[in-house]
Design a protein around this ligand. Sequence first.
Ligand SMILES: *[C@@H]1O[C@H](CO)[C@@H](O)[C@H](O)[C@H]1NC(C)=O
Ligand SMILES: *[C@@H]1O[C@H](CO)[C@@H](O)[C@H](O)[C@H]1NC(C)=O
Ligand SMILES: *[C@@H]1O[C@H](CO)[C@@H](O)[C@H](O)[C@H]1NC(C)=O
Ligand SMILES: *[C@@H]1O[C@H](CO)[C@@H](O)[C@H](O)[C@H]1NC(C)=O
Ligand SMILES: *[C@@H]1O[C@H](CO)[C@@H](O)[C@H](O)[C@H]1NC(C)=O
Ligand SMILES: *[C@@H]1O[C@H](CO)[C@@H](O)[C@H](O)[C@H]1NC(C)=O
Length: 555
Amino acid sequence: MHVKTIGVAFGFCAVGALAKEKAVDMSRHAEYKSGAVMGRVMAHKFEQWEAKLASGALNSTQWPRLNYTKCVDGIAAAIPGDPLHTFRCKNMDLYDFVNHATLGSPLSTEEGQTGSSIWGWTDPKSQREFIAVGMYQGTAFAEVSSKGRLINLGFLPAPVKLSPYALWKEIRSYKHYMLIGSELEEHGIQIFDMRKLLTLNPKKGPVTFSIDKDVTGHFKDLPLGRTHNVVINEDLQYAVAVGAAPREDACGAGLIFIDLKDPSKPTRLGCNGQDGYVHDAQCLKYRGPDRRYWGHDICYGYNEDSLTIYDVTNKSASSIISSTSYDGAAYTHQGWVLNPNNQSFLLLDDELDEVNATGPAAAGYPITYIWDIRDLKHPKNTGYYKAANKGIDHNQYVINGLSYQSSYGAGVRVYDVSSIPRDPTGGSVCETAYFDTYPEDDKEEGGGVVGFAGSWASYGWFESGFVVVNTIERGVYVVKMTRKGGGGVGGGMLEEEAYEMLDVKSWHEGCEQDFFFSNESAPQTTSFFPFRTYLLPSLQRLKTLRNIRNRLLHG
Ligand SMILES: *[C@@H]1O[C@H](CO)[C@@H](O)[C@H](O)[C@H]1NC(C)=O
Ligand SMILES: *[C@@H]1O[C@H](CO)[C@@H](O)[C@H](O)[C@H]1NC(C)=O
Ligand SMILES: *[C@@H]1O[C@H](CO)[C@@H](O)[C@H](O)[C@H]1NC(C)=O
Ligand SMILES: *[C@@H]1O[C@H](CO)[C@@H](O)[C@H](O)[C@H]1NC(C)=O
Ligand SMILES: *[C@@H]1O[C@H](CO)[C@@H](O)[C@H](O)[C@H]1NC(C)=O
Ligand SMILES: *[C@@H]1O[C@H](CO)[C@@H](O)[C@H](O)[C@H]1NC(C)=O
């Protein structure tokens, strides 16, 4: 393969910054614990969504299906000349878009519908890739074809009456099952076997699944049958319902453990309400440097005003290891461990710091907080990275050194965070790619609004490289990076080498990875490790390849 042109994207690179962990502010803790802060966030969201509903913006049928559109010079013009179908992008092409109505959640009377979570599953035998899409009226199931087109297969309705104040679903996979939770009372957690999709004939059109006969299990043992999110530890075969209101419950809307050994009979194992409401969490078999916890089962909780780490080895006698806040904390929302096989760092997103202009988020640019968790009793906030576009950083996850964030109006944003172990200030984090699914706010100062519009969540683990993005208003986008990162695990390169190779003296300081080849001749077949095929032949001027190998090994 021959690469003709090498382009440098002078995009965003993070600015290294000091940050600081601190004790939870007890003078304000009661306000969080009571739910008053969350109540204000929710009120703010509904104010925005109700205005949208009134204006007709939540009628998703107005958004036509889109075709493959290459990202050229920062723009993917899916319908040339139409500003609402002209997407800002970087290193990411559009493959498909299908609206929520088509996926089974049409607008219904006065009840506005929105999209929320999305998750994927790959059949290990055929390698076919499937998604589950959370929408107001239920969950859609579709296949992502080898060409990145969505094949609509079926719809599982919510098992209870809808409420406009419980719009969303949260979905996570456990083996070949999807667990679907919702804030709807009496909804429980539906457990759907994705293997059901393997034998459907798409030519017959999407099927409507039965809420009784077509689910493997239905977990209902929650205080009100509602949960904010579902967390899975596949290794240890359990799920956790987090934020299962009410807060006054004995479990405090904290962690409620659910045994998944037999998904047809999910059973409650115990709970932990010691730090009250848990908005989101990640629970992992501990594989980190803190010897005291080797062999333990740890949950990292995102608890409104703190990062709270739990030892949940014994589900009926779990305990808090530490609870820590940070400069700028407003609403600790979600996060992800950088490397689940070496739990040394994690990324944390705060959902209110940009809105409330606190700490480093004062200017309205999304801040992601970096934590050194090598000592579970004393986690340290070592830095943060700041997005280039105004918005609010939302759900994120990390795959092979790349963090995928759904940054609401700024769309899906991919950051190369592989530098963090070496530079925990965040100064070497770079934006690798993005696809801005919400053109409505692009003309705003700073490139977007600090609001709850646009992209809610994405799923990026498919071998094919397709990333599926669910949005609040429109539907599901399928996008794909033309290159898997310019650096990091996928194609590590040192700053000096990049300078030398590209002879670019004005390279943004501290950022060695924000580059890619402008001419990607075969986007459909881009390998996950483009290093050998694209990069290697071009690196004639490098002094040594050993440095790169080291980066690949330690990246
Ligand atoms: C939704 O949008 C479609 C397409 O623009 C239109 O035909 C339909 O009347 C709209 N429905 C409502 C309830 O506004
Ligand atoms: C997508 O391609 C099909 C087939 O060429 C065409 O009919 C359709 O109008 C295209 N859609 C858009 C939004 O351009
Ligand atoms: C778990 O904790 C409970 C309650 O303290 C205790 O009875 C039980 O023995 C513990 N289980 C294990 C395996 O340690
Ligand atoms: C957000 O800002 C408002 C208004 O300045 C203030 O009253 C509130 O305490 C802030 N909330 C948080 C969580 O910082
Ligand atoms: C885990 O990561 C830390 C911090 O980067 C590093 O010092 C340590 O060597 C790593 N351990 C393993 C087993 O890779
Ligand atoms: C990219 O490179 C290919 C093969 O070298 C060439 O045919 C094509 O015209 C180039 N495309 C662009 C946009 O430069």
